[in-house]
Ligand binder design. Structure first.
Ligand code: KG4
Ligand code: ZN
Length: 377
């Protein structure tokens, strides 16, 4: 009789997604349950922390019950409990953390404290299991994977090739845009960050300017596919080689100016094609800045592998541009997590926890949340 697999139970609630996952030591994801609050926050055009925290309270334990169904109620099959403790919205983090701490205490399990960004950085090491609702849905996005790397949809039971260490990590999410030298799980050096808006934040703000809704990233990504390239042109921000950091607020303002000009010509309701053309121009500039900076950093750090992760890593324009960079610069290999593992999820938290914590380094039950926390700590 084959032995039943053992898991780390991951809990993530740092922003507007409540998530619970079960991950095996080999990175296979058995459950990746995510309760998204997007619709709740859409009328506000962004996440309302108080509303988000209250929703986490409602969603967290039902998701833990889903995990218990997978292990048929057998807590012996759960080795440790991993919780996101930083960075994030404090009220939100506390819900997931307190749930994890209580379960760890009750069932005598080691608690692992995970930095949310570390989770994002190692998401390419996970093998998604088809069949969980979110993964099946996101599979339709057809991720662009580097040559020689199997699509996780092709065979979810086979663990695919992984980005070797050290490598360059590019985190692009709603709250963060940074380049990180990743020596190994738990060993990082942040090379560059955004000086103002994060990439995802810029997508969300531009979508708001265009009256598209929230979250803006996927909406702009879709409309950009039918835009006419070159009808509008925005300069990719901060492309000077000697400046490693990112900046997106100037690009956002440039879009705002152009939208004002277009509204003066066409009226408040812009023609659909104009909106698509503006999305194409914004996406081209944003993606160019991300890949340009990443390429320069990879060269400087002499790293051949670039891992792009976080919600914006779902972006098709970014995936295509990265694949092109890899084709143009044969020394560069680019890696993306499965799209369902790019946006916030708990599988990435449980997955990295297998590498982070020897059993003697477990977090104390007095662990507290932190809104900011460098990866280096
Ligand atoms: O990683 P994530 O789920 O949460 C944070 O840690 O912030 O990222 C959410 C961000 C949002 O700003 C959303 O607009 C953006 O990721 N996003 C995208 C796409 N899908 C999600 N941005 C561009 N293109 C996409 N396809
Ligand atoms: Zn995130």
């Amino acid at each position: 009789m084959t032995k039943a697999p053992r898991y780390i139970l991951g809990i993530e609630s740092s922003c507007d997604e409540t998530a619970v996952a079960l991950v095996e030591a080999n990175g296979r994801v058995a459950l990746n349950a995510v309760a998204s609050q997007m619709e709740l926050h859409a009328p506000f055009g962004g996440v309302v922390p108080e509303v988000a925290a209250r929703h986490h309270i409602e969603a967290c334990l039902p998701l833990v019950e889903e995990a218990l169904d997978v292990v048929e109620g057998d807590w012996n099959r759960i080795e440790r409990i991993a919780v996101t403790y930083a960075p994030g919205l404090i009220g939100c983090l506390l819900v997931g953390m307190e749930t994890g701490k209580t379960l760890a205490w009750l069932h005598n399990k080691p608690l692992v404290a995970v930095n949310h960004l570390a989770g994002h950085l190692h998401a390419t090491h996970l093998t998604p299991e088809r069949g969980t609702h979110l993964l099946a849905e996101a599979g339709e996005l057809h991720p662009v994977l580097p040559e020689g790397v199997e699509s996780p949809e092709t065979d979810a039971s086979v663990r695919r090739e992984q980005a070797p260490y050290p490598h360059l990590g590019l985190i692009v999410s709603g709250g963060h845009t940074s380049l990180v030298r990743v020596e190994a799980p738990g060993r990082y050096r942040t090379i560059a960050q955004t000086l103002d808006d994060a990439a995802g934040e810029a997508y969300d703000k531009v979508a708001r300017i265009l009256g598209l809704g929230y979250p803006g990233g996927p909406l702009i990504d879709n409309l950009a596919t039918t835009g006419e390239p070159g009808r509008f042109v925005f300069t990719p921000p901060m492309m000077r080689r000697d400046k490693p950091d990112f900046s997106f607020s100037g690009l956002k303002t440039a879009v705002l100016r152009e939208v004002e000009l277009q509204r003066a010509e066409h009226g408040e309701e812009l023609p659909h094609q104009v909106v698509c053309d503006l999305c194409t121009a914004f996406q081209t500039a944003a993606v160019e800045a991300l890949i340009g900076k990443a390429l320069a950093a990879a060269k400087r750090e002499r790293l051949n592998d670039l891992v792009i992760t976080g919600g914006v890593a779902c972006n098709r324009g970014l995936r295509e541009r990265a694949a092109r960079a890899s084709a143009d610069h044969r020394w560069l290999r680019v890696w993306f997590p499965h799209p369902a593992l790019c946006t916030d999820n708990a599988a990435m938290i449980a997955g990295v926890a297998w590498h982070l914590a020897p059993l003697d380094a477990q977090a104390a039950l007095t662990l507290n949340a932190a809104s900011t926390m460098p990866l280096e700590t």
